[in-house]
Write a protein that binds this ligand. Structure first.
Ligand SMILES: NC(=O)c1ccc[n+]([C@@H]2O[C@H](COP(=O)([O-])OP(=O)(O)OC[C@H]3O[C@@H](n4cnc5c(N)ncnc54)[C@H](OP(=O)(O)O)[C@@H]3O)[C@@H](O)[C@H]2O)c1
Length: 261
């Protein structure tokens, strides 16, 4: 295979992270039985961390970031994958411990590879990206726990202006849910949250937690991408037999709550 371009993250002698486009060969790529011609990769929060010194995401340098990708199979030892098959990958160790999607060519274990759904282009798949996939998984989990459009339940999306929350809000609205509250932290975010499909806005800086273990049961279902103190507050406001899909820790990993909710 001819050399190809990749975005490579390295550390220099001062242990500072550098990143640049480089021409590399296949031997630079992580091990795997499948090579893919990459068309698209989305830029994720983790990728941003990967470009930073002490970002905590990449431990072995040099590395190609890109935690997801979509493209076509060049070759595979797995009989279920044929050259030209459109595929995608999200997550696993891609772009953190294993060379990732910011590269014209990727090499991966075939177990990570998912066939691209017929109604989705490579570009669309990566416009949703891993954040969109997380949003979809959260909504699927809530629907598995009883959330139904027919009931028009009260739904809360935290971090609704972020990668996961914004797509979650849009998917919920497209599915037909009409009672969607979005948390925001800045007044100017109200407009975009409403554009995404939120019908009510909760500016958490204006209405902070009262610290009570139980509050008025405002929400039946929650897509929570923030975590931390906001999750503790939200749990106190969830209705009986409600459900909370927690995927994030943007507001902290510690959850200081009580058994009451
Ligand atoms: N993106 C993914 O593929 C993915 C996958 C799985 C899990 N996650 C996790 O999900 C979380 C969100 O990811 P993301 O990609 O959506 O991040 P993001 O684009 O940075 O969005 C974070 C959202 O949370 C809000 N937020 C941050 N800190 C907050 C706080 N202390 N209180 C209230 N709101 C706060 C932000 O509001 P502002 O705009 O005001 O800052 C923003 O709306 C992260 O913890 C991430 O690790 C992400």
């Amino acid at each position: 295979m001819k050399p190809f371009k990749s975005y490579v993250v390295r550390t220099n002698e001062e242990n500072q992270v550098t990143h640049q486009v480089e021409e590399v060969t296949e031997s630079f790529l992580g091990e795997g039985n499948t090579t893919i011609a990459v068309e698209y990769s989305s830029i994720n929060y983790k990728d941003m961390l990967g470009l930073q010194t002490k970002g905590g995401v990449i431990r072995n340098y040099p590395m190609i970031p890109g935690i997801d990708l979509a493209g076509t199979i060049i070759s595979s030892e797995d009989p279920s994958l044929s050259p030209g098959d459109p595929v995608l990958i999200t997550g696993y160790k891609l772009g953190t411990e294993h060379t990732g999607g910011f590269s014209e060519v990727a090499r991966v274990p075939s177990e990570w590879v998912v066939k691209l759904p017929e109604n989705l282009s490579a570009k669309e798949a990566m416009m949703y990206g891993t954040a969109g996939f997380t949003a979809a998984l959260s909504i699927a989990a809530l629907e598995k726990n009883g959330m139904k459009v027919e009931d028009q339940p009260e739904i809360l999306v935290t971090g609704a202006t972020g990668g996961v929350g914004s797509v979650a809000t849009q998917i919920l609205r497209k599915l037909g849910y009409e009672n969607i509250t979005a948390t925001i932290r800045k007044d100017y975010q109200e407009e975009s949250a409403k554009e995404f499909g939120a019908t009510k806005i909760w500016n958490i800086t204006e209405n902070e937690s009262n610290g009570r273990p139980l509050n008025r049961r405002e929400y039946k279902y929650v897509v929570d991408t923030v975590g931390g103190d906001l999750t503790a507050d939200v749990l106190s406001k969830v209705d009986e037999y409600g459900s909370v899909a927690i995927s994030g820790n943007a507001g902290g990993v510690k959850l200081n709550t009580t058994v009451l909710p």
